[in-house]
Design a protein around this ligand. Sequence first.
Ligand code: AMP
Length: 277
Amino acid sequence: MSGTTLVMYGKATKIIPRMMRNHPITVNGLYGSNDIRHSIDDLGIVNVLTQWRGSESGQSGVILMRIVMLGPPGSGKGTQARIISDIYGIPVITTGDMLREAVAEGTEYGKVAKEYMNRGDLVPDDIVNGIVRQRFSQPGIEEGFILDGYPRSTSQADALDEILEENNQKLDYIIHIVLGDKTIIDRLSKRRSCPNCGAIYHLESKPPKKKGYCDQCGSGLIRREDDNPDVIKNRLEVYREKTRPLLERYKDRGLIKEVPGDVKLDELPDIIKKLLG
Ligand code: AMP
């Protein structure tokens, strides 16, 4: 059995899309949510969802999750973004990772970005806005997205508003992760990450099973160049000066949800589900 279109009706639209994000099948017809749940179990898992439509009757639609993660470096934006991505089946757009890839590949803008990143400064807007705009021109974000590390300044937030308008999108939530400087410095200095799959570890609170190697893909773990004390200090200052003011902007639009940055990892999914529904 293969199918990529989900036709959703009435109340079921709240439950079914989330259940089915990773288990897409075609369900044509009017069912109660429990009937569909059983049908899904009977039919099994098929394919990757490529298309998502509301019902022809217009009673239902897609539940969109268009999210910005906002918080100081080391507050766990990347970790929380991955958890949200798993729950709702939406992609994470991480400007830091995209820039690190460009640096590793030695592209023109990678070369420019590297200097700024090594100092802990913001990479120029034309580069960062450009990679985000390009990502929005690609498929895969129709059901939502999580922006991790963007926007980081008022001018980037203006650019994001423009990009969203061009794509007929809008933001649904800003997740503000709250964490004090002391914990941030401890976290960043003991952070190790996987350059291959992006998994994140902490030498004490989340060590890899095999020292120095990623649990998920077995690659050698690295300490990011910008996770050293001087650069960390600068990154925190840049956050306070340029990124934190965005909270006011989004508060005015009523979009902010606060999440503590120091809760246990296994408690996060429940906290997030309660916040976002
Ligand atoms: P991150 O992994 O999010 O901590 O980002 C690492 C570094 O990449 C930052 O310190 C900046 O130098 C650069 N960077 C990531 N995202 C942005 C952005 N939206 N604007 C400017 N620079 C960025």
